[in-house]
Design a protein around this ligand. Structure first.
Ligand SMILES: Cc1cc2nc3c(=O)[nH]c(=O)nc-3n(C[C@H](O)[C@H](O)[C@H](O)COP(=O)(O)O)c2cc1C
Length: 233
């Protein structure tokens, strides 16, 4: 990929504006998949563009990289994991209230656990060095708070009937010296932990203010180029 599509800087600037305006909810987006009968939607946390370091203390042995792939993380025991395997087509909706703009992304979701050469064409890597999904997955895992890592080690399937059980919290400590039981939990969590990488094929940007709003769409063409179209709101 030579250039990133123009929706990327526009989306990033609007997100940054909301975050600077203290709207942390801007990172929460609705991710929809195909269920057996209904569309299935749920809130997930945007973890940034693949390969892009966002904060101090965020380390990776990968070389610095940029991409147009949006990432969130999940647990393979969650129903959405199987739904994505059955049909990777998704819609993701973001609402940035301080910027008064909605983004709808459409594309294919990729579940990443093992190292793979998939999607590497979406990256600009510094000096053409080797960049790996294995390191990226570990970077995202290490950034997660302990309670989220622990949630991927619970001994039940999220969404299944409780049958009298109570969901006791399984706590992982952030300490260096982990007790053996914590290590086991961490291993179980890491085993279930996946990146969900959103490869975008279509974007719809709607500015709701000032009225009557403004709207733009982007489509990926057969030749894999991006076409941008100004639309009526
Ligand atoms: C604020 C918020 C953020 C969430 N972030 C994620 C996330 O990043 N990944 C995820 O798998 N689930 C996340 N969840 C939980 C999902 O919304 C959902 O309840 C859970 O993943 C089960 O979804 P499923 O049954 O459709 O697989 C989040 C929930 C909330 C309320």
């Amino acid at each position: 990929m030579t250039n990133f599509p123009s929706w990327k800087p526009r989306f990033s600037q609007n997100l940054e504006h909301d975050l600077k305006s203290k709207n942390e909810d801007a990172l929460n987006f609705t991710f929809s998949t195909f269920g057996k009968k209904y569309p299935e939607s749920r809130i997930c946390v945007f973890r940034g563009f693949a390969g892009e370091i966002r904060s101090k203390g965020d380390h990776s042995s990968n070389p610095p990289a940029k991409s147009d792939l949006l990432v969130f993380t999940t647990d393979s025991k969650m129903p959405k994991y199987e739904e994505i395997k059955q049909n990777p087509n998704f819609t993701a909706v973001f609402w940035f209230s301080k910027s008064a703009v909605q983004y709808r992304f459409y594309g294919k979701a990729h579940l990443i656990k093992e190292d793979t050469e998939d999607l590497l064409a979406h990256f600009h890597v510094e000096d053409g060095k080797k960049w790996s999904w294995k390191e990226e997955r570990l970077r995202q895992w290490n950034k997660l708070p302990a309670w989220i890592r622990g949630s991927m080690a619970v001994p039940w399937i999220p969404g299944e009937k409780a049958n009298g059980r109570t969901p006791d919290l399984i706590e992982l400590k952030d300490s260096e010296a982990k007790a053996p039981s914590e290590k086991l939990l961490e291993e179980e969590g890491l085993n279930r932990f996946h990146l969900v990488v959103m490869e975008i094929e279509k974007v719809d940007e709607l500015h709701s203010q000032p009225a009557p709003g403004r709207r733009r769409k982007w489509f990926i063409t057969e030749g894999k180029d991006w076409e941008e179209i100004a639309c009526m709101p």
